[in-house]
Write a protein that binds this ligand. Structure first.
Ligand SMILES: [Zn+2]
Length: 582
């Protein structure tokens, strides 16, 4: 006999069997008993939370020949036909595949006729948000004057895409994510029924990965069972879900909080090279950090079912990691999560995250610190160390700033140095950038782009990781401008004197020239370029005019590109230059 997927075998057949949606099932049952059901329902909620299962149960309850206390008996001929999908009066439509107006028009026409066998004709429209506007309009017409013997059950994961006119004509039920405890209980029930033993932790791992969806939980359990039918182990559950042990998560947070980026990277490498998914890893890390915060403030709130996943070091870590740091870590990890969605280099972003988390926290101003919730219980030794580190970083930043401004000559525009506090938009160092742009050529840039990967290859691992999100944007014989797509890390790179020197050395080795590397934040680059064209470009063209006044009337001045435009076009490529005559 062929294997049947668990979620089919264990699909609930009565309201009572539905897991985790008690409020909804009780309300529907009462409505059936008191014969106060509606003509139109809207079931919303995440996938796998029981919307279509409940829709089918409701269809049976409305039509069952021998209902018991609002529940279908599942034995009469109508129930049997509905369970087999052969009942002509219960019509299931998947809007994801049938989104045409014609389908709904068909409903309008046919809904008029009384049901052939059942008491109530039930239309179940799944993924209803996929209907076209025309189809919605047709549906609305039917909902405005529904025939007596018809019920519509609309199900969707995206209620925000449903027209308000439709929603207002339905009774809406929001299906919740099923709690981890409920999912685990149900998995245990199934395994007990099959006579299969299990580690409780394995069920917790599956429930967490399923994220509130019973269907996902059952599919994962199916896969875990395919490893072996006699016992469900935590290790197998982790391999299927790609989730990481809490021991690894704890070790990672401990390492980066202690400023040990190298160990942090090592742990990440181990996890990823074991085939774990980087997005999953981040989710697990965030969940673990969140649990630590809960443990600090309200340990009783931690789901007893989740607790099964947490190990001995958890309590110690909750004492050791200050809440302020945990908030900061969760922020950083969440923004990395966003970045992962848009990149095909997830490892890189995880490495950068590791570096960032290994840094001491930016200092909070007195007022903010006072306003911030309970002061972190940091001991004096920690505080002293952090203060010392922060001082060192500030000194380094100041040194690098001076070095890069005095690289060519003394600063020409001695503007008051902006106070570098925390991480505001990176200051643009025009004194270093403009001289390079003045002599930059397309040719130099192309040559630089050729060797840039080799220059990066020479860097140490962590530095290489950070610089991978850089891109050369301009080059002259004595300097290069590199754009960097992250305002936080650009400060880090700018203040890393060794890294800057290593890159200069690399360039010298590849090109034989002494070239300075100047960094610019990617989103600032277009403005910097425009400003250069405005400020320096036109000054130069005027100078040239004065130095070489035209001896004879020029043939057709408009047709000839001014020298500066030619120069800039040469430098930046014609696509990037817009000439405005004003
Ligand atoms: Zn029945």
């Amino acid at each position: 006999m062929s294997y049947q997927a668990l979620y089919r075998v264990w699909r609930p057949q009565t309201f009572a069997q539905v897991v985790g949606q008690e409020a909804i099932t009780q309300t529907l049952k009462n409505a059936v008993i008191s014969k106060q059901t509606s003509h139109a329902y809207l079931f919303t909620g995440p996938r796998g939370t029981g919307k279509t299962s409940v829709a089918k149960i409701l269809a049976k309850a409305l039509n069952c020949l021998h209902p018991v206390d609002g529940e279908p008996d599942n034995t009469c001929e109508i129930c049997t036909a509905i369970n087999e999908g052969s009942e002509p009066d219960v019509i299931e439509i998947d809007a994801a595949s049938n989104n045409g107006v014609d389908e709904i028009r068909d409903i309008r026409d046919k809904a008029k006729y009384a049901p052939a066998e059942a008491k109530v004709k039930v239309y179940i429209i799944d993924e209803v948000h996929m209907l076209s506007t025309g189809a919605f309009n047709a549906l609305l017409k039917t909902l405005e004057e529904p025939p007596e013997h018809v019920a519509f059950i609309l199900a969707t994961t995206e209620p925000n895409k449903i027209p308000a006119t439709i929603i207002s004509r339905t009774q809406r039920f929001d299906f919740r994510r099923i709690t981890s405890a409920d999912i685990q209980k149900h998995l245990a029930l199934i395994l007990d029924d099959k006579g299969i033993s299990y580690d409780q932790k394995a069920l917790a791992v599956i429930a967490r990965a399923a994220d509130g969806g019973m269907r996902d939980a059952l599919s994962i359990l199916d896969q875990v069972l395919s490893f072996g039918q006699d016992h469900v182990t935590e290790a197998n559950a982790r391999s299927v879900t790609g989730s990481v042990t809490t021991a690894q998560l704890g070790a990672y947070l401990k390492a980066v909080h202690g400023g040990d980026a190298a160990s942090g990277m090592g742990i990440i490498d181990d996890i990823l090279s074991a085939g774990r998914d980087s997005a999953r890893l981040l989710e697990d890390l965030i969940a673990y950090a969140r649990d630590l915060l809960v443990q600090q403030s309200a340990p009783k709130l931690i789901d007893a079912a989740e607790m099964a996943l947490l190990d001995e070091q958890f309590a110690d870590l909750a004492k050791a990691l200050p809440s302020r740091w945990l908030y900061h870590a969760i922020d950083a990890m969440s923004s990395t999560q966003q970045q992962l969605r848009a990149t095909n280099q997830p490892d890189l972003y995880l490495q950068v995250l590791t570096v960032r988390l290994s840094e001491p926290l930016p200092e909070v101003s007195g007022a903010t610190a006072a306003a911030a919730a309970p002061a972190p219980q940091r001991n004096d030794a920690d505080a002293a160390t952090i203060a010392k580190l922060q001082q060192a970083v500030q000194q380094l930043q100041a040194t690098v700033q001076t070095l890069s401004t005095t690289g060519t000559s003394a600063p020409q525009k001695a503007k008051a140095a902006p106070k570098r506090s925390g991480r505001r938009p990176a200051a643009v160092n025009t004194n270093a950038i403009y001289p390079i742009l003045e002599h930059a050529t397309r040719d130099d840039l192309n040559k630089l782009k050729d060797v840039w990967p080799d220059v990066l290859d020479r860097l140490a691992g962590m530095q290489k990781s950070m610089m991978k999100i850089s891109e050369p944007v301009a080059a002259s014989p004595d300097g290069v401008i590199v754009s960097f797509d992250n305002d936080f890390y650009i400060e880090q790179v700018k203040s890393d004197a060794t890294l800057l020197q290593d890159m200069a050395d690399g360039l010298k080795a590849m090109t034989g020239r002494d070239e300075r590397v100047v960094l610019v934040e990617q989103k600032q680059w277009p403005t910097v370029r425009q400003n250069f064209i405005k400020e320096v470009g036109f000054k130069k063209s005027k100078q040239q005019e004065q130095e070489n006044p035209p001896l004879q009337p020029q043939p057709a001045p408009e047709k000839q590109e001014p020298e500066v435009v030619k120069k800039i076009t040469d430098l930046l490529g014609s696509d990037n230059v817009q000439i405005k005559n004003d």
